[in-house]
Write a protein that binds this ligand. Structure first.
Ligand code: B12
Length: 147
């Protein structure tokens, strides 16, 4: 879906991490967000981080970049985030969700490693997304009001 968003429209960039071919949640999340009125630029599965950055360069009005990872290799796939951020790219909230490490037992250390790369928000349930996007938008609005 490559329709540019008009004034007042809400847009997000969505995709699945580079090594990851799990497509179902990606499609469901896209549908869910469109149902809430978002314009969704869905880059689909196996998307290198650089392509998320290119998409944000092309659509700087996007509110967030949403990256799914199910195969357990989120940390490896997001290794390039500090370098892109240091180059001034991917400067919007990066939200990562799914099954974020290998194995069924997830530890706080697994999540902390992702935060250390610069991931802004970690979610395990896509149902939390709209609430988070609304919260981020409200916080941005408040920042603008207070200069
Ligand atoms: C279907 C499936 C496949 C299919 C995918 C087909 C396709 N085109 O999508 C195939 C067979 C290709 C596959 C391959 C593999 N898979 Co697979 N797969 C599954 C399976 C059975 C279902 C996934 C699914 O579609 N669920 C339905 C969706 C709706 O649910 P979900 O993905 O959990 O998403 C929810 C949340 O995670 C979250 N979420 C997901 N994405 C995002 C994104 C954002 C931004 C947010 C906020 C939230 C969010 O919200 C969703 C709704 O609540 C799961 C096991 C399971 N029962 O979950 C394993 C599973 C994900 N696969 C797994 C593995 C290991 C693999 C392989 C490595 C296996 C192999 N050795 O080859 C490969 C990896 C391929 C690759 N390069 O990624 C593991 C991952 C284990 C881990 N992380 O530790 C799982 C958990 C199975 C298991 N128990 O071991 N897989």
């Amino acid at each position: 879906m490559n329709t540019p968003s008009g004034p007042g429209e809400r847009m997000v960039i969505l995709g699945v991490a580079e090594s990851d071919a799990h497509a179902v949640a990606n499609h469901l999340i896209g549908m869910q967000l469109r149902g809430h009125g978002f314009t969704v630029l869905n880059l689909g599965v196996c998307t290198p981080l650089e392509e998320f950055a290119d998409a944000l360069d092309a659509h700087p009005q996007a509110e967030a970049v949403l990256i799914g990872s199910l195969n357990g290799h989120a940390h490896q796939d997001l290794q390039g985030l500090p370098e892109l951020r240091a180059a001034g790219r991917l400067r919007c909230p990066v939200i990562v969700g799914g099954n974020l490490s290998v194995g069924s037992h997830k530890t706080e250390a697994d999540l902390e490693r992702l935060r250390e790369l610069g991931v802004d928000h970690l979610l395990s349930d896509a149902d939390e997304l709209v609430l988070l996007l609304d919260r981020l938008r409200a916080a941005r609005g408040a920042e603008l009001c207070h200069g």
